[in-house]
Write a protein of this length. Structure first.
Lengths: 158, 306
């Protein structure tokens, strides 16, 4: 993925990666001509999609270990049970209010299917009626990566 | 009012640079797979469009048969969600030995090296991933493909004559032929079927799909051809399909027929595989292994002459 500065008609340079929140990545880009800065902020699901490629944005800083991704992503017995998205879907199916996306599932809880971004949507504040709070409604896409100019700081929901 | 910029024109003037080093890392991953596979003479996949036809039983026995013929053999269990090869070979509970250079596979009967997802799992644990996307089918597909990539890139097989990969069931884009496409210089696929017409239908689809992917299918193994009575050894029919006709339609050789053999199957269920090469069903596997070797040698000789 590349970003283009339309003013300068050039690719923006990748600068750095930060973790602005749990499960979130902030990827910084800068225009080499005018110095404009952009940060692309991923939600936890998008972050996991990127990490599943087995790559690190900006390049590796440590030597890869054998089965690094497999071992790092396998759920251990102590953590077994359904994940955040399944917990959310179970709650929804049972007619309750959306649960916090970080709420761990109970062991043995049945996993659900459906939209892969449901938990993130829940985390963004989507109510059971489907309405969005003002801040989320203002974002370009509640399913996509949220982009904002660095100068326009403000707490966008991740 | 600002003039609308034409992105296509702008991009046409720009030179792409991989400054986030993503392309470089993916290239490195592919190189590592190539390097790991370089010491293996023949890489084969065992597949079938249909589940329950005995792919794992066939793969394991072919691996043992080749090992009996003094070949150095590795067995990669690519069925991530239903790995059973370690249990069949008495290796359940063992694990890969992690070293900075890679993962050393446990060694099973007759020196067959084995790698499997089972080595990462507890006694009765299914594969469960952590993270917010843990049940997303989109993410699971991506994740599983990269886990398979790690199996190909990180296991230290050393020098092998044969690596057999036991693929999960599936006929089309839902994995097996795609997985086979990951393996560099794949010698070919061995397709397992039963004489059942239902199985034949699905198997034909998987052969067509594999060919579409450029995978050479070496031949068909008909499993559960008959039933061998454990008491008297008499053979009786189980199905009434026609694998010969299917092979003719697909222009593929029938590599051999294997009876359903309860006695042999039970030894694998217990993790204590029968290894006696004089046993009739094992002799059939030996014959099939011999035919596979001949096919591969013929292919090599042909390639050398051309």
């Amino acid at each position: 993925m590349k970003f283009v500065c339309l003013n300068c008609e050039t690719y923006m340079n990748f600068e750095k990666v930060e973790k602005p929140g749990e499960g979130s990545l902030g990827v910084f880009f800068g225009c080499p001509s005018c110095g404009a800065k952009f940060s692309m902020v991923t939600n936890p699901g998008e972050t996991q999609m990127v990490s599943s490629l087995g790559v690190q944005l900006g390049g590796r800083t440590t030597e890869a270990q054998p089965f690094e991704m497999t071992r790092g992503t396998l759920k251990e017995e102590a953590q077994a049970g359904s994940g955040q998205m399944a917990a959310y879907l179970n709650e929804k199916i049972q007619g309750g209010q959306p649960v916090a996306a970080s709420t761990p599932g109970k062991a043995g809880e049945k996993s659900g299917g459906g939209c892969p971004f449901s938990a993130m949507v829940a985390e963004m504040g989507l109510t059971s009626s489907g309405s969005l709070p003002t801040a989320a409604r203002a974002s370009p896409s509640s399913h996509g990566a949220l982009m904002h100019r660095r100068s326009l700081t403000g707490s966008l929901p991740l | 009012m600002a003039i609308e910029k034409d992105l296509k024109t702008i991009l046409g003037k720009l030179k792409y640079s991989d400054d986030a080093k993503v392309v470089a890392q993916i290239t490195d991953q592919m190189k590592q797979v190539q390097a790991r596979m370089a010491g293996i003479k023949h890489k084969l996949v065992v597949m079938s469009g249909k589940g329950g036809v005995g792919k794992s039983m066939t793969t394991v026995n072919l691996a043992l048969a080749l090992a009996r013929q003094h070949a150095r053999v590795g067995l990669l269990d690519v069925d991530l969600n239903g790995p059973c090869v370690p249990r069949m070979l008495g290796l359940h509970g063992r694990s890969l030995t992690m070293t900075p250079e890679g993962a050393l596979p446990p060694v099973g009967p007759l020196g067959v090296k084995v790698a499997s997802m089972d080595f990462f799992l507890g006694a009765a644990s299914p594969v469960r991933w952590k993270g917010p996307m843990d049940v997303s089918p989109v993410w699971l597909g991506l994740m599983e493909m990269n886990v398979i990539r790690e199996f190909l890139a990180d296991v230290m097989w050393g020098e092998l004559d044969y690596l057999l990969a036991d693929l999960p069931p599936g006929a089309a884009a839902d994995k097996p032929p795609v997985i086979a496409g990951f393996i560099p210089d794949l010698a070919g696929a061995i397709v397992v079927t039963t004489p059942s017409e239902v199985a034949s239908d699905v198997v034909q689809k998987s052969v067509t799909y594999a060919r579409d992917m450029g995978i050479k299918v070496l031949g068909i193994v008909e499993n559960m051809s008959e039933y061998r009575c454990p008491s008297c050894g008499e053979l009786n029919e189980l199905f009434e399909g026609n694998t010969d006709a299917m092979c003719e339609a697909l222009d593929l050789p029938l590599l051999g027929r294997i009876p359903f053999d309860r006695k042999l199957a039970r030894t694998f269920d217990k993790g204590e595989p029968l290894l006696d090469e004089t046993y009739p069903t094992i002799q059939r596997y030996q014959d099939i292994a011999g035919r596979i070797r001949t096919l591969l040698d013929y292919k090599r000789v042909l390639a050398e002459k051309l």
